[in-house]
Design a protein around this ligand. Structure first.
Ligand code: E4P
Length: 217
């Protein structure tokens, strides 16, 4: 399973790259706004300089013509930009046009398996089901990923499934058990993935025992 990082923060992206856990990046308008940027294009380019993996940049226009123009602009920023479009009828229309032109689209804000089926038929390269937001309303986010995986297997559909809105290591574990292609993970969760209390306790015991050996010398 590939690990993307869900952030527009350059320090977090660099740290994930240094640890060797950076197969790509997803951003969205909220993550970009958090950075307080005056030049969004420059930030997308800077992210694309850190990773050669796919970098999702989201279109904020809502009318098809404007969406198309914005998508093409974003795609022109770097070869590894993936245009992110919302799962709306117009978003699907634009997805179809862009995919025919060879521009990769990540269809975002997916909350049902039928939406993921539509995105696949429109030619999406990636689909992003938001598992955490579904869990927040008492629904089963990872159940949605299972359903999408089944549908895509049934028909040998191409899009890679990006498990998005990840809130905990459990989401990452279940994504891997299901066989999802990608998890896009906030830096705070990446940091939790390696942690286990018994690892920490075991390390402390080993270091204490090692110190005793040194004392005897
Ligand atoms: C996915 O590409 C989105 O950026 C993201 O995962 C949204 O997650 P949130 O529900 O934590 O905002």
């Amino acid at each position: 399973m590939k690990f993307f990082i869900d952030t527009a923060n350059l320090d977090e992206i660099k740290k994930a790259a240094d640890y060797g856990f950076l197969d790509g990046v997803t951003t969205n308008p909220t993550l970009i706004a958090k950075e307080g940027l005056s030049d969004q294009d420059a930030r997308i380019k800077a992210i694309c300089d850190i990773t050669h993996g796919p970098v999702s940049a989201e279109v904020v226009a809502t009318e098809p013509e404007a969406m198309l123009a914005e998508a093409k602009h974003l795609a022109s920023l770097a070869a590894n930009v993936v245009v992110k479009l919302p799962l709306t009828m117009d978003g699907l229309k634009v997805t179809r046009i862009l995919s025919k032109e060879g521009i990769r689209v990540n269809v975002t804000l997916i909350f049902s398996a039928i939406q993921a089926l539509l995105a696949a038929k429109a030619g999406a390269a990636f689909v992003s089901p938001f598992v955490g937001r579904l869990d927040d309303i008492g629904s089963d986010g990872m159940g949605l990923v299972e359903d999408i995986q089944t549908i895509y297997n049934n028909y040998a559909f191409d899009p890679e499934i990006i498990v998005a809105s990840v809130r905990s290591p459990q989401h990452v574990l279940r994504a891997a058990l299901i066989g999802a292609d990608i998890s896009t993970i906030p830096f705070s969760v990446i940091s939790q993935l390696a942690a286990h209390p018994l690892t920490q306790k075991g390390l402390e015991a080993f270091l204490a025992d090692h110190a005793k050996v040194k004392e005897k010398k």
